[in-house]
Design a protein around this ligand. Structure first.
Ligand SMILES: Nc1ncnc2c1ncn2[C@@H]1O[C@H](COP(=O)(O)OP(=O)(O)O)[C@@H](O)[C@H]1O
Ligand SMILES: [Mg+2]
Length: 268
């Protein structure tokens, strides 16, 4: 049973980023969303990769209107949502619209208000973001209450994850980051990857990094992409699926479902 919510209550918002592309943000955002929804939690998954949307591709969705039309044609964002499973809705983005990734100040304010209104129907909001440190990536990270950084053992991924954390901490006063190593060969490699990032962050930045566990390199992930199905459903016993389920439990523990926002809504 749900308790009555305070008037300005907002569900926790968790933003997945990495700096580097191709490290598994979209795959993990989609599958984490399914894993949370499987536990009876109402999840809104926002495709925050506004120029090169991928969430719809991973799920084989037919997309009509997107965040772009919501912003440019004042569409009701509820009309754009796609219900992909009981308790899981996707707010799709478009592809090939480079200017939206530059999210102007005006668009940021507008989007912040629309998303906050939409979010109230859900218990948690996940945002998948683009690669790089563009304005939309930074905005979604500051709009979110929790920042999850996906990283792989690849040194270039570590460097880019560090750059993202540096910008968010120095320029946007973010202090706490959840770190999720992906594509690891073993749990030990996940731990080493986290340790490498932590050491350099502790030395140069005032941040707290929290380890969420790691996701192994697993053919079930690529299979899921090819079949346009979430691997946690198509292959629930696969190593990556079990790891995502464990990360979902960790995420719930660290974000707290009844968290109410200490921050004012973006733009208000
Ligand atoms: N744990 C994993 N095991 C195997 N392949 C993975 C894993 N995570 C991601 N991939 C593969 O890496 C590629 C990039 O993943 P994607 O989620 O699109 O990354 P991003 O959103 O960071 O660009 C995809 O082909 C995906 O199947
Ligand atoms: Mg992606």
């Amino acid at each position: 049973m749900e308790r009555a919510r305070p008037p300005r209550w907002q569900p926790p918002r968790l933003c997945l980023s990495s700096g580097k592309g191709g490290v598994g943000k979209t795959s993990l955002a989609v599958n984490l969303a399914f894993a949370l929804a499987d536990q009876g939690i109402r999840v809104l998954l926002v495709d925050g990769d506004l120029g090169l949307a991928n969430v719809d591709v991973l799920l084989g969705l037919e997309v009509g209107a997107t965040i772009r039309e919501v912003l440019t044609q004042d569409l009701d964002p509820r009309a754009v949502l796609i219900q992909v499973a009981p308790g899981l809705a996707v707010l799709p983005a478009g592809s090939g619209v480079a200017e939206l990734a530059n999210l102007s100040r005006e668009d940021q304010t507008h989007l912040g208000r629309l998303l906050a209104g939409l979010a109230r129907d859900f218990q948690v909001v996940l945002v998948d973001t683009a690669a790089g440190l563009g304005p939309a990536v930074l905005w979604f990270n500051t709009w979110a209450h929790h920042n999850l950084v996906v990283v792989t053992p690849d040194p270039t991924s570590l460097t880019d994850a560090y750059a993202l954390i540096k910008v968010l901490s120095r320029s946007y006063r973010r202090r706490r980051f959840l770190v999720l190593p992906n594509l690891v060969a073993s749990e030990a490699e996940g731990e080493r990857t986290f340790a490498a990032l932590s050491q350099v962050a502790a030395r140069f930045l005032e941040v707290e990094l929290n380890y969420l566990g790691s996701i192994p390199a697993d053919p079930a992930v690529q299979q899921g992409v090819r079949e346009q199905l979430p691997f946690v459903q198509a292959a629930p016993r696969a190593a990556a699926s079990r790891a995502v389920a464990s990360v979902a439990a960790q995420v719930l523990g660290s974000i707290g479902l009844w968290h109410s926002s200490p921050q004012e809504e973006a733009g208000s």
